[in-house]
Design a protein around this ligand. Structure first.
Ligand code: GLA
Length: 732
């Protein structure tokens, strides 16, 4: 039983294997947050001390109890306008123009299984794996209700949150803000980690103390963005990979978001995450309801490793779907960095021939195969094959590639439109633009209004037609710009503020249709690399191209940040040529290989341009990935060093039964006249004996974890590390 209720006290406890979350509705019906953290064996409300703080008023019913203030107490879903002056979770405007909402407990229910959210991606589970707590709150003055939903996946240490806003009145209300999560930490001094960046430099980790006032990370770009990721970690100052307390949360949403973290006058921390209210509004007529997207939380009392492992597991098993969610992914070769737009059918065939000889599974034809598209100025929207360029039909090319023993995948950028396209000439009003204003162009392109059914139907039909025209096993779904100039010809003026969210709902609807109608196609997400790397997208496709930066050194940092929240199987990562096209850096092919293996693995180059020796290494790498792939994707992931601050990026995968482990990574710079570097393993069975593949010497798990493994002396910079540890058979 993961949800325990004390009926009399209206005290709710959500218990997972290693954490507990406590909520209480007090005698005024105010829903207080009591505790999230270790399982302590008792109700933690004794910690709630309410001082009488000046300028923090009390609710009316509290009479002369001056200390009873919404402004100082931890709340489950704080409302704007009624005396809690901190960051609210919800703000509405009523038909009379007033903006207060005072939500009080009405009722609760417990359901087996995990709730779903209409039109939105969310954690799903077997009925037996999860329970749902629904707490309904009602406004004291209006006909507005909010249902808070908590999903508890006990074994996975996961608690999810989402809210439904219901208008039972006759008159419309306007939702200005509706967050998905409010996490209150009334005790303790905390730091926070968020993941910032830019194109080709996504998810850089930044850890700072939480200071008084509000700090935030957010996106206003219509997508979750390269610049900030919809996820965060709050941790104790001493927290490391395997010690200290930390709380993590990620948002199952692919549009604009905002995370606000407030450290208040009483040194209490509140984190609120949801759709970005700066670019959102929703009119709710009488009888209508609105569902927020989902936020997913975990707590670890033993550092970041368990936090990430919990998230990896729930994303892999309870968010990703479809045929490929847990199976090995094909090793693919993508022609983008090999040819850019400069290719024809023959060139693609030559790349495929070389790839087939070396053991690659699939060729992916990237941008430039459709419409009139020989550079990035034209053609988006014209999803019909450029047969002149391909020297025949797509079906014929695919058959030739299949004869080589390769599967075939193809690139689309469905949400975009070039002004120089037949689609734009026929439907200029399908592009998002404000009448009377020139729209912002980005990469010369405009964005289609995904809130429109006719736009989605066109995309469904044209993409579906291509997918049916040839044996296509994979789709790369790209989106290469941020969105602005929000306006839809189909929405009334008061509803224009709904467009950013309606865009995301439309995108999800189209993805749902295509992924369910083409269940054998592996979809990979992309947005100029990892500009839409979020759990919402992972519900539709199990992997996302992690970054347009394929430089192995830079990638270790991008993938390090990504790994805090997202599983390795979700990380699209390829080996490309040197000097690298984004940085000019030269790294050894072995280092590029281990970095790409910490992902879905593939190549992004013309293998024909490699030396014979390098080709030999490529076929070896593919064999290695086939051997290690199950361990890499199913194993527990550990970060062994911090590439943001150390001279190395090292990580480890440990099989569930601890019978083997793989340490991989890179030492960045050679330091002269230095003793050999040692690396400490994690997650092994302490008393078992392990040997390093290629040697017979035995080490206890404890020796490898406490003492470490001495790395071979290395010559040169960016040297690869790869150590396979195998538990001794004689040992149990
Ligand atoms: C984006 C992607 C690249 C490639 C190009 C094609 O930048 O991230 O991998 O597909 O688009 O235009």
């Amino acid at each position: 039983m993961s949800i325990i209720v004390n009926e009399k006290e209206l005290f709710f406890t959500l218990r997972t294997a290693n954490s507990e979350y406590q909520i209480k509705a007090d005698k005024f019906g105010v829903l207080k947050h009591i505790w999230y953290g270790e399982i302590t064996g008792r109700d933690m409300d004794y910690l709630l001390h309410r001082p009488d703080v000046g300028f923090s008023g009390s609710i009316y019913e509290a009479d002369n109890r001056r200390a009873y203030s919404l402004d100082t107490m931890p709340l489950e879903y704080p409302c704007g306008g009624v005396g809690d002056f901190r960051v609210p979770a919800i703000c509405v405007t009523h038909s009379d123009g007033s903006t207060a909402l005072d939500l009080r407990f009405k009722e609760y229910c417990i359901k087996s299984g995990k709730y779903a959210i209409p039109q939105l991606p969310a954690v799903y589970s077997e009925k037996s794996e999860a329970q749902t707590l629904e707490i309904t709150l009602r406004d004291t003055a209006s006909e507005t209700e909010v249902v808070l939903r908590y999903g508890v996946l006990e074994d996975k240490d996961i608690i999810t949150r989402s809210a439904e806003i219901r208008n039972f009145g006759e008159k419309e209300i306007f939702i200005k803000k509706a967050a998905s999560l409010c996490l209150e930490l009334p005790q303790g001094k905390w730091e926070w980690i968020h993941f910032h960046g830019r194109h080709a430099m996504e998810r850089q980790t930044e850890r700072t103390p939480i200071i008084h006032g509000i700090q935030e990370s957010s996106s206003l770009r219509g997508t979750s963005s390269h610049q900030q990721n919809p996820s965060f970690i709050i941790c104790s100052p001493d927290c490391g990979e395997n010690h200290g307390e930390c709380y993590g949360a990620f948002f199952v949403y692919s549009g604009s978001f905002k995370t606000q973290i407030e450290y208040d006058q009483l040194k209490q921390t509140r984190a609120v995450m949801g759709i970005n209210p700066d670019i959102f509004g929703w009119s709710l007529k009488g009888g209508e309801n609105f569902f927020t997207p989902e936020a997913v939380m975990t707590y670890s009392g033993a550092g970041f490793s368990p936090l990430s492992q919990n998230f990896h597991r729930v994303i892999r098993e309870n968010i990703c779907r479809g045929k490929y969610k847990l199976t090995e992914r094909p090793v693919l070769i993508n022609n983008w960095e090999a040819t850019y737009f400069d290719f024809d059918g023959d060139k693609i065939l030559r790349i495929a021939e070389e790839a087939a000889k070396l053991g690659v599974d699939m060729l992916v034809l990237d941008d430039g195969w459709f419409g009139k598209r020989n550079d990035d100025c034209s053609g988006l929207g014209d999803w019909f094959v450029n047969e002149e360029k391909l020297k025949g039909s797509l079906g014929v090319l695919v058959e030739k590639i299949k004869k080589l023993g390769l599967k075939f995948g193809i690139w689309f950028e469905p949400e975009m439109i070039s002004e120089d396209s037949d689609l734009y000439r026929a439907h200029p009003d399908w592009a998002i633009a404000i009448p009377g204003r020139k729209p912002t162009r980005a990469r010369y392109q405009l964005v289609l209004d995904m809130s429109r059914k006719d736009v989605r139907d066109y995309l469904y039909d044209s993409i579906g037609k291509i997918l049916k025209s040839a044996d296509i096993s994979y789709v790369k779904w790209d989106a290469n710009r941020s969105i602005c100039d929000w306006y839809s010809a189909e929405l009334s003026p008061e509803r224009q503020c709904e467009l950013p969210h309606r865009y995301v709902l439309g995108l999800y609807e189209l993805l749902e249709r295509l992924t369910s109608d083409f269940p054998n196609v592996l979809f990979e997400g992309c947005s100029g690399g990892g500009g839409r790397f979020d759990a919402g997208m992972l519900y539709y496709y199990p992997q996302i191209w992690c970054s347009d930066d394929t430089d192995a050194y830079e990638r270790t940092k991008i993938q390090y940040g990504t790994s805090f929240i997202y599983p390795i199987s979700a990380v699209g990562s390829h080996i490309s040529v040197v000097p690298n096209h984004q940085t000019g850096r030269i790294t050894p092919i072995e280092s590029r290989a281990v970095t790409a293996m910490a992902g879905s693995f593939g190549y992004e180059l013309d293998l024909g341009s490699l030396s014979d020796e390098e080709k030999g290494l490529v076929s070896q790498q593919i064999k290695s990935f086939k051997k290690y792939g199950p361990l890499i994707h199913n194993g527990k992931y550990y970060r062994l060093s911090n590439p943001m601050t150390e001279n190395s990026a090292l990580w480890e995968f440990v099989s569930e039964d601890k019978s083997e482990a793989l340490i991989q990574g890179m030492i960045f710079r050679k330091i002269p006249n230095m003793k050999r570097i040692s690396v400490k393993a994690e997650g092994l069975s302490p008393d078992s004996f392990y040997r390093i593949e290629g040697s017979d010497e035995l080490y206890t798990g404890k020796a490898l974890m406490c003492g470490g493994i001495l790395l071979d002396d290395m010559w040169g910079d960016y040297r690869a590390v790869e150590i396979h540890l195998i538990k001794n058979n004689a040992d149990n």
